[in-house]
Design a protein around this ligand. Sequence first.
Ligand code: GLA
Length: 391
Amino acid sequence: MQISLQDPVLASLAQAFPGQFGHSATLFACAPGRLEILGNHTDYNQGTVLSVAIDRFAKVAVAANPQAESGMVCRLYDVKGKSARQFRLDALDRKVPRDWANYIKGIVCEFNALGIVVPAFDMLVTGDVPLSAGMSSSAALEMAVVKALDKLCASGLDWQQMARIGQGAENHYVGANTGLMDQFSSLMGRQGHLIHSDFRSLQVANVPVPQGTSFVVANSHVKHNLTNEYNERRADCETASRLLGVEALRDVTPAQLEAGRSRLEERVYRRARHVVEEIDRVERGCRALEEGDVSAFGALMDLSHDSSRLNFENSCPELDTLVSLGRKLPGHLGARLSGGGFGGITVHLVESSQAEAYARQLEEGYLRETGLATQPMILHADDGAQVLSLA
Ligand code: GLA
């Protein structure tokens, strides 16, 4: 999408802003959620990922807080959740555990750490990226906020600095030791394209989504929490690279891992194997796409999920059910969990002509096998974060 006040959601934020804060918004920003298509837990191992920014967005409206007496006070309002927050810029260390405002306070801290002074501001927040589902609703919010504050502060940050600010908010404020993939994807999406990111060179390239395919996404409704198990997995990967004598698992080929296997305890070996083979699958996946071999690409997605289930152990029975249901449906090309894991969504690459029927049958099968409801979504590759300044 191209950001403009023609967008009904942004128009409604513009309209609601004066009622909430007593003055008008001057800045609007939107940033998409993402799907991870191939390359699971490879980003913090300096590997590569294929992801896609989706047509689900966090959207914010912002203005400097004009009240002189409240020079230190920022006011936030989440339109969808109908929840208000207020915080002082000189008391950012007062964290409320698991609060949505932490993402915004964490961003302000990262601006400050770069020596950028953020003035008091008012902000309306909304969005349609499903929460705690593995679609990066948090990175979408972070990138919308970063885009808006970058303009408000006239800081002129480049996209990599913006991504690092989001990652910093997660790592330092929220306490999730996540990589850069979510922020890269939210910033660098392009309509109709995948994003091939390299987390060593920090470069990205856009690759066309294969013709005639669609992404069907099913939420298992198992809520994932990325602060404990995620951090444990990351620690295991770091142990593996230390014991193998390399800077990061990026430096290890599947053959080298097998050769060094005796140096690793079983669990650490399986974690490393997942990452090393995922990086290999991303590169093979890119070649398959170049050659127009969509079946080969889909098969790599299936292998990725199997490796999550067996080696990285970041799947769960509900995600496994969604994937195995999908594998039996007409039009199936590949399916896997997407993102951190331990719950959240599965992403299915499906022949477009079958996507509606596939989604319906996934819904029916999931209810039948687990007693749980899911409404699969058909999502499209969209553009990355954008900002609109009225000032
Ligand atoms: C989460 C993290 C990312 C990445 C994925 C797994 O989405 O935020 O940095 O590590 O998990 O690939």
